[in-house]
Design a protein around this ligand. Sequence first.
Ligand SMILES: C[S@@+](CC[C@H](N)C(=O)[O-])C[C@H]1O[C@@H](n2cnc3c(N)ncnc32)[C@H](O)[C@@H]1O
Length: 249
Amino acid sequence: MAKQNIYDNEVFFENFQKIRESKINFNDCIETPILLSMLPDLRGKEILDIGCGMGQHAKQYSDMGAASVLGIDISEKMLEYARAHNKAHNITYQQMAMEDIYLIDRRFDLVTSSLAFDYAEDFDALLKDIYTLMKEDAQLVFSMSHPMATAYDGTYDRFTRSESGERLYANINNYLLEGRRKIKWVLDGYELYHRTFSSLLNSIIKAGFTLEECRESRISDEMRMQYPDVFGGTVHRPDFVFFRCKKWV
Ligand SMILES: C[S@@+](CC[C@H](N)C(=O)[O-])C[C@H]1O[C@@H](n2cnc3c(N)ncnc32)[C@H](O)[C@@H]1O
């Protein structure tokens, strides 16, 4: 299975860091508030955060009362940042690919992941591995790029625009063709996996989960009007999709 590690590329990392540290970004303004609103009470919970990146979520979970957080990520650079900027006595950061989580010899009350499952080539296998790592009644809460956003091949503008540059329509391409997409995001050659919405749902069902909640990202009209250059296109299609699943035994 392919394990892309573009976040350890110096130029990619620096640019990603700039985006993540800017005040007005898709993570802090759109993704994180929705994901946090879907979490159960974290007090006393043992949490696994897959693709933890720079550790912002792990730190939030610790601050929200988690008993422990294990953050795993394939990128040493992201983990270096996490250890320096988002540490706490109950957070452990470990370099590990999500393809290898079956090696973890513990069980968790909650598994989370923010915008990392886009990189999973075998989504069925990943969800099955996660299911095994969960205690009875544990939950899995994750976000990923929305299938309407990943149905894009990088050869055209994501939006059809008016003469003045206003985004009129979202452009999607080959929605029904699943698989790897190589596009330019931060750098050329960025790879992710596109799946249809029904594929995502069926992977969740096949792994044995009960789906408790599904949401599609949106941002307030105020934010969209205030930052039209950043969020102007978000009215045409959701950027992210979110799921909360439960392991019933
Ligand atoms: C978009 S970032 C999100 C980081 C963090 N969850 C956040 O919300 O800020 C995606 C993260 O997934 C990690 N990643 C990519 N492929 C991975 C893999 N195969 N196994 C584990 N982590 C991976 C990257 O290194 C990166 O830190």
